[in-house]
Design a protein around this ligand. Structure first.
Ligand code: GSH
Length: 236
C-alpha cells in the first residue's frame, strides 16, 4: 500500500453493502484494518458525527488516514472496491489500469453494473418489501424490479457464469466482491436460484476472506421492526 497511507478504517454493518468492501479488504490485507460498527436499526447513521462523514447516512464509509494526519472519507462501495484493488496490484484482483485492455474494460463494466444498475433494482425490492413503512410501500415497484431483474439481469449473469467460474473469467476479481455480494442479496429474495448461481456462491464462499467478512452475517435481520428508530428516520 502507498506509504503515505497510515491506516484504513471501515464503518460497517453486518451483511449489507459494506460487506462488499470488508470482503475485499480481507482479500487484500488479511485483518490489518480497523472496523467500526454502525447499528443501522438504531439509526446511528443519522447522528451528527456520522453525517459529517457521509451526508447520505449510509455504510460503507472508508476512512483513509494519511501519515500527515489528514483523513479522507469515501462513501461509495463501488469506488472503494475499484480503488483498493488497484492499490494492491501484486494481489492481481484487477486488470492493470495503465493499459487499455478488453479485460480491464470488462472488469470495470461489471463492477459498475453491480454497484449501480443491479444494485438499484435490489434496493428498490428491499426497501419496498422490508424497510419502508406500510403506507410508503408500493407493490408495483416490487413487481417491476423483480420482473426486470429476472428477465434482464439474471440471463446476462448466467451466460457469463456458465462460461467461466467467476464473473470476469477464470480468476476471482474484485468485481466478484460486488456482483457476488449482489447474487447473495438476490437469493435472499428468491432470485438467482439456478444451479449456476449456487455453484458460483459455493466457489466464492469457500474463500477465507469471504468467511471473515461474512462471519457476522447472523446479526443481520431482514425485517425492520415497526418501532425501531430507523423506521422513523429512513428516507429511501
Ligand atoms: N451507493 C451506496 C449505498 C450505501 C447504502 O445505501 N447503504 C445502506 C445499507 S446497504 C445504508 O446504510 N442505509 C442506511 C440508511 O439509508 O438509513 C454504496 O454502495 O456505498
Amino acid at each position: 500500500m502507498n506509504s503515505r497511507v497510515k491506516r484504513l478504517k471501515l464503518y460497517h454493518s453486518p451483511a449489507v453493502r459494506s460487506a462488499r468492501v470488508k470482503w475485499l479488504l480481507h482479500e487484500l490485507m488479511g485483518d490489518d484494518f480497523d472496523v467500526e460498527s454502525v447499528t443501522l436499526h438504531n439509526a446511528d447513521q443519522y447522528r451528527e458525527e456520522f453525517l459529517v462523514l457521509n451526508p447520505n447516512h449510509a455504510v460503507p464509509v472508508l476512512e483513509i488516514a494519511m501519515e500527515d494526519g489528514k483523513p479522507f472519507h469515501m462513501i461509495e462501495s463501488g469506488a472503494m472496491v475499484a480503488l483498493l484493488a488497484d492499490t494492491f496490484p501484486d494481489r492481481k484482483l484487477a486488470p492493470i489500469p495503465h493499459v487499455l485492455s478488453m479485460e480491464r474494460a470488462d472488469y470495470l463494466q461489471m463492477l459498475h453494473f453491480g454497484a449501480s444498475s443491479m444494485d438499484m433494482m435490489l434496493w428498490q425490492i428491499r426497501i419496498h418489501e422490508d424497510v419502508l413503512s406500510a403506507t410508503e410501500r408500493d407493490d408495483r415497484t416490487i413487481r417491476r424490479y423483480r420482473r426486470k431483474f429476472a428477465a434482464e439481469v439474471e440471463p446476462q449473469l448466467k451466460e457469463r457464469l456458465s462460461r467461466a467460474p467467476f464473473i470476469c473469467g477464470a480468476g476471482f476479481s474484485a468485481a466478484d466482491c460486488v456482483v457476488g455480494y449482489n447474487v447473495l442479496w438476490a437469493q435472499a429474495f428468491q432470485l438467482c436460484s439456478d444451479a449456476v448461481f449456487r455453484d458460483y456462491v459455493a466457489r466464492f464462499s469457500a474463500r477465507p476472506a469471504f468467511k471473515a467478512a461474512f462471519s457476522d452475517r447472523h446479526q443481520f435481520t431482514r425485517i425492520v421492526p415497526e418501532e425501531c428508530e430507523l423506521k422513523k428516520r429512513f428516507t429511501g
